[in-house]
Design a protein around this ligand. Structure first.
Ligand code: ADP
Ligand code: MG
Length: 767
C-alpha cells in the first residue's frame, strides 16, 4: 500500500511539474491572456470553491463566456496543482461528436500540449486519449454506454454535463441516472452547465443545488426582421407552384400570419414589401432570400464574418451551390465559404475558427450547432432563417416526423447573440416580427417528442428497472402512451420478452447505436448473406436519403430514381442500386458526373459509405461478421432481390401495409391509422396495381395526408417467414400477425413448415 501511495505521489508530482513548465512558456502566456479575458475566468475562485464543498453545482452563462473550455480546465489545473492528479479523472459530456473533438483540441492548445495527452476525447468509434489523460471529453452516448459496464462510474472524480439547456434526450436520461447514483458515490462531483439563465429547474431537480451565473459580455446587436430585409434587398418573394404543394401542414405560426391584415399591420412599408410578406407566408424556406440577404451584406456592410443558420444539410448544400453560381459571392479569392454541420465526418476545424486574410470575408453556413455548442468569435453578421429540424412524435398514431419547424424565442436570442462577440453586430431575421412574437419561449424537450424505443433498450441494458417507473423520474416525464408504444414495439421485434426483459437479440441491438429496427436489419443481413445491401440500406435509413429533389427538374429526378428501382416497386432497392452504381462510377473516376446525371448527393453517398464501414466494425465486434473471412461469404444472396426484400421485411416489421385491390388501383391500409398514401417522392407513387400483397415502409409521416415514405412491395412468404411473431388464428385455420390484423389461411402442413423455419430463424437471432 505504501508503494502504491508513493507511486501515486510521484505521478502527481510529475504532472504538476509538467504543468508549471507549460504555464511558464511564452505561447501559454499568450493563451492565458486570452483566457483571462473570458467572463468565466472571473468566477474561477467562486466556482472551485463551490465544487469543493457541494456535490452538485449548476452553472449558467451565455454562450461563449467560457463554460466548456474553462470550467473543466479550472478543475484540472487545481487538481494537478494540489498534487491530486493521480486520483483525478474528469469527464465532460457533449451532446455532439463534433464539439467533443473541437473543445478538447482547443483546451490542449490552451495548455500547450497535443490532444490526447492530459486532455483527450472519445466519441463513437474514435478516440484520442492516453494513460496520462485526466480530462476527457466524450459524447453523452459514450458515457451512457460506459455506464453499462460500470454503473458506479468507478474512478471518475468529476463529471461535467454540458449543454443541459438543450434538453436533449440523452442528457435528460443521464440526469435521471446521476440523481440516483449520487448517494452511492458521495465523492463524485457533478457540474451541470447551461447556456440559459433558466437554471432553477435543474437546481431543484438536484435538491436545490447551488447555482452560479456567469455574467456575460456581448456587444449590442442590431436586429432586422423580414419586413426590413425586404425593404433593403428589394427581393420579390414568389410562392412557386412547387411550394404550394408543400407537404407540410401549415404550422400555427404561418397560419397566424395569414390571418393578419398585412396592409394595416405594415403600413410603413412599401407595397411590394407587403405583397412579398403575404407571399412569404405560403412558402417554405426561400434560399433565394438568404442569398439576397447575404449579397446585401457583402455589398453594403463593412468587413466581418457572416454566420447563416439553416435547417440542415439540404439547405446547406443548396445554398453552397447558389453561392458558387453567384457572380459576386462565387469569387473564391474574396469569400471563404464554409459549411458547418453536426454530422460532418472530419471538418476542417481550424478554418472555421481562423480569421481569414484581411481581403477575405468568411461565410459560415451552419445548422443550430453554431447556436450554442460551437462559438465562432469573429462573427459580426447573423442571418437567421428561424427554423430548425425538429423531430416530433405522435404517440396516438405512432407517427414520427423530422421536419423543419419554428425555433423558440430562446434559440432566436442565442442566434442573435452570436453576432456581438468582438464588436457590435447585426442580425437579419428572415421572418416577420409577428412570427417572432408568436414563437414559444422554449423548445419542447426531446424526450417528449421522440419515439422512445432506443431509450427503452438503453434503460434495459443498464438494468434500471421497469421502463415506466424509471422514466417517471425524469425532469419532464414522457407520455405513458409513448412509453407503452416503445415497449410494445420492442416486444414485437423480439428485443424484449413478455416480462420486459432483454432477449439475446435485444442485447445485440443495445450495442448497435441505431434505431432497433435498423439494427435488426443489419443482423438479418449478416445472417442471411446479404450483408452489403443491409449495410447500404441501413446507412441511408440511419443517415439520410442520397436522392436530391431539384426544384425545377422533379420529373427527371423521379425518372432517374425509378430507373434504379427497375420493376422492383421498392425505394430501398432504388437506393441500393444507386449506391452500387455510384461505387462503380467512382472506381472509373466519373462519380461527379454520375451524381449530377442521376440527381444524387455525392456528400450523402460518401457519408453512407463511411457509415457502412462503422456498421461493419460494430457487427464484427459482436461476432456477427468475421473480417478474416472473405466478404463474399456474407454476400451470397446480395444480388437476389427477393432475398433483399425479405431482409427488408425482417428489419422494417411491424411497418407493414396491406395492399387491397380497388378496381384499377391498389388501396393501402395500416393497422393503426387505416388508409394511407404513398409519398409523392416514392418510386411507388406512380404504380397503380402492385404485384405483391404487402408493403413494408421505413417511416409514416403525417402532413396533408398520412404518407408512407420509402416503401418496398413484398410477398406473403416474406412476411410469414420474417415478420413478427405468429399467433394461431381464432378460427384455428391459419395464422395471424400484428395482433390479429393480418390473417393467413393455409393448410396445416404448410403452417407447420413455416413455424419450423421460423423457430430456426429465431435461434439464429437469439444466439
Ligand atoms: P461556452 O461553453 O461558454 O459557450 P466556450 O468555452 O466554448 O464557451 O468558448 C469560450 C471562448 O473560447 C469562445 O468565445 C472562443 O473565443 C474561444 N474558443 C473556443 N473554442 C475555440 C477554438 N476551437 N478555437 C479558437 N477559439 C476557441
Ligand atoms: Mg459550451
Amino acid at each position: 500500500a505504501l508503494e502504491l501511495r508513493t507511486s501515486k505521489e510521484k505521478l502527481s508530482a510529475v504532472l504538476k511539474e509538467k504543468q508549471e513548465k507549460m504555464m511558464a512558456s511564452g505561447s501559454s502566456k499568450v493563451m492565458l491572456a486570452f483566457r483571462e479575458k473570458l467572463p468565466a475566468y472571473k468566477t474561477k475562485a467562486e466556482f472551485l470553491k463551490a465544487v469543493a464543498i457541494n456535490q452538485v453545482v449548476v452553472v449558467s452563462g451565455e454562450t461563449g463566456c467560457g463554460k466548456t473550455t474553462q470550467l473543466p480546465q479550472f478543475i484540472l489545473e487545481e487538481e494537478i496543482a494540489c498534487l491530486r492528479a493521480a486520483d483525478c479523472n474528469i469527464i465532460c459530456t457533449q451532446p455532439r461528436r463534433i464539439s467533443a473533438i473541437s473543445v478538447s483540441a482547443r483546451i490542449a492548445a490552451e495548455r500547450g500540449e497535443s490532444i490526447g495527452e492530459t486532455v483527450g476525447y472519445q466519441i463513437r468509434l474514435e478516440a484520442k486519449r492516453s494513460a496520462q489523460t485526466r480530462l476527457l471529453f466524450c459524447t453523452t452516448g459514450v458515457l451512457l454506454r460506459q455506464l453499462v459496464q460500470d454503473p458506479n462510474l468507478t474512478g471518475v472524480s468529476h463529471l461535467l454535463v454540458d449543454e443541459i439547456h438543450e434538453r436533449g434526450m440523452n442528457e435528460d436520461f443521464l440526469l435521471i441516472i446521476l440523481r440516483d447514483l449520487l448517494p452511492r458515490r458521495r465523492d463524485l462531483r457533478l457540474v451541470l452547465m447551461s447556456a440559459t439563465i433558466n437554471a432553477d429547474m435543474f437546481s431543484k431537480y438536484f435538491g436545490n443545488a447551488p447555482t452560479i451565473h456567469i455574467p456575460g459580455f456581448t456587444f449590442p446587436v442590431e436586429e432586422f426582421f423580414l419586413e426590413d430585409v425586404l425593404e433593403k434587398t428589394h427581393y420579390p418573394i414568389v410562392s412557386e407552384f412547387e411550394r404550394r404543394q408543400s407537404e407540410q401542414n401549415k404550422d400555427p405560426l404561418t397560419a397566424l400570419f395569414e390571418e393578419v391584415d398585412i396592409n394595416s399591420h405594415y403600413k410603413k412599408y412599401s407595397k411590394s414589401t407587403r405583397q412579398s410578406l403575404e407571399a412569404w407566408s405560403t412558402t417554405k424556406l426561400d434560399l433565394g432570400l438568404v442569398e439576397a440577404g447575404l449579397e446585401y451584406i457583402c455589398r453594403h456592410e463593412i468587413d466581418g464574418a457572416i454566420l447563416i443558420f439553416l435547417t440542415g444539410w439540404d439547405d446547406i448544400t443548396k445554398l453552397l451551390d447558389k453561392i458558387k453560381g453567384n457572380c459576386l459571392l462565387g469569387n473564391s479569392s474574396k469569400f471563404r465559404v464554409l459549411p458547418l454541420h453536426g454530422s460532418m465526418p472530419t471538418i476542417n476545424q481550424r478554418e472555421i475558427f481562423e480569421r481569414p486574410p484581411s481581403n477575405m470575408r468568411k461565410i459560415v453556413l451552419a445548422t443550430n450547432i453554431a447556436e450554442s455548442s460551437i462559438t465562432i468569435d469573429d462573427v459580426v453578421y447573423v442571418i437567421d432563417c428561424g427554423k430548425a429540424k425538429e423531430t416530433s412524435y405522435d404517440a396516438l398514431n405512432k407517427l414520427a416526423c423530422l421536419l423543419p419547424s419554428w425555433i423558440s424565442k430562446a434559440s432566436a436570442h442565442q442566434r442573435r447573440g452570436r453576432a456581438g462577440r468582438v464588436q457590435p453586430g447585426v442580425c437579419y431575421r428572415l421572418y416577420p416580427k409577428l412570427v417572432y412574437d408568436a414563437m414559444p419561449q422554449y423548445q419542447l424537450p426531446e424526450i417528449l417528442r421522440t419515439p422512445l424505443q432506443e431509450l427503452c433498450l438503453q434503460i434495459k441494458s443498464l438494468q434500471l428497472g421497469t421502463v415506466a417507473s424509471f422514466l417517471a423520474k425524469a425532469l419532464q416525464p414522457p407520455d405513458p402512451l409513448s412509453v407503452q408504444n416503445a415497449i410494445e414495439l420492442l416486444k414485437t421485434i423480439g428485443a424484449l420478452d413478455d416480462v420486459e426483459e432483454l432477449t439475446p437479440l435485444g442485447r445485440h441491438l443495445c450495442t448497435l447505436p441505431v434505431d432497433p429496427n435498423i439494427g435488426k436489419m443489419l443482423l438479418i443481413g449478416s445472417i442471411f448473406q446479404c450483408l452489403d445491401p443491409a449495410l447500404t440500406i441501413a446507412s441511408a435509413l440511419a443517415h439520410r436519403d442520397p436522392f436530391v429533389l431539384p426544384i425545377n427538374r422533379k420529373e427527371e429526378a423521379d425518372a432517374a430514381k425509378r430507373s434504379f428501382a427497375g420493376d422492383c416497386c421498392s425505394d430501398h432497392i432504388a437506393l441500393l442500386k444507386a449506391f452500387e452504381s455510384w461505387k462503380d462510377a467512382k472506381r472509373n473516376g466519373r462519380d461527379r458526373a454520375f451524381c449530377w446525371e442521376n440527381f444524387l448527393s455525392p456528400v450523402t453517398l460518401q457519408m453512407m459509405d463511411d457509415m457502412r464501414n462503422q456498421f461493419l466494425d460494430l457487427l464484427t465486434n459482436i461476432g456477427f461478421v468475421d473480417k478474416t473471412k472473405s466478404r463474399k461469404e456474407y454476400n451470397h444472396y446480395s444480388d437476389d432481390l427477393e432475398m433483399v426484400s425479405a431482409m427488408l421485411c425482417a428489419g422494417l416489421y411491424p411497418n407493414v401495409v396491406q395492399c387491397k385491390r380497388r378496381g384499377k388501383r391498389t388501396a393501402l391500409y395500416t393497422k393503426e391509422v387505416g388508409k394511407v398514401d404513398i409519398h409523392p417522392a416514392s418510386v411507388n407513387a406512380v404504380v397503380h396495381l402492385f404485384p405483391l400483397p404487402y408493403m413494408v415502409y421505413s417511416e409514416k409521416v403525417k402532413t396533408t395526408s398520412i404518407y408512407i415514405r420509402d416503401s418496398t412491395n413484398i410477398s406473403d412468404y416474406a412476411l410469414l417467414l420474417f415478420g413478427g411473431s405468429l399467433l394461431p388464428s381464432k378460427t384455428g385455420e391459419g395464422i395471424e400477425m400484428l395482433g390479429g390484423y393480418l390473417h393467413f389461411s393455409s393448410s396445416k402442413s404448410v403452417l407447420d413448415l413455416i413455424k419450423k423455419l421460423r423457430s430456426e430463424l429465431d435461434k439464429l437471432l437469439q444466439r
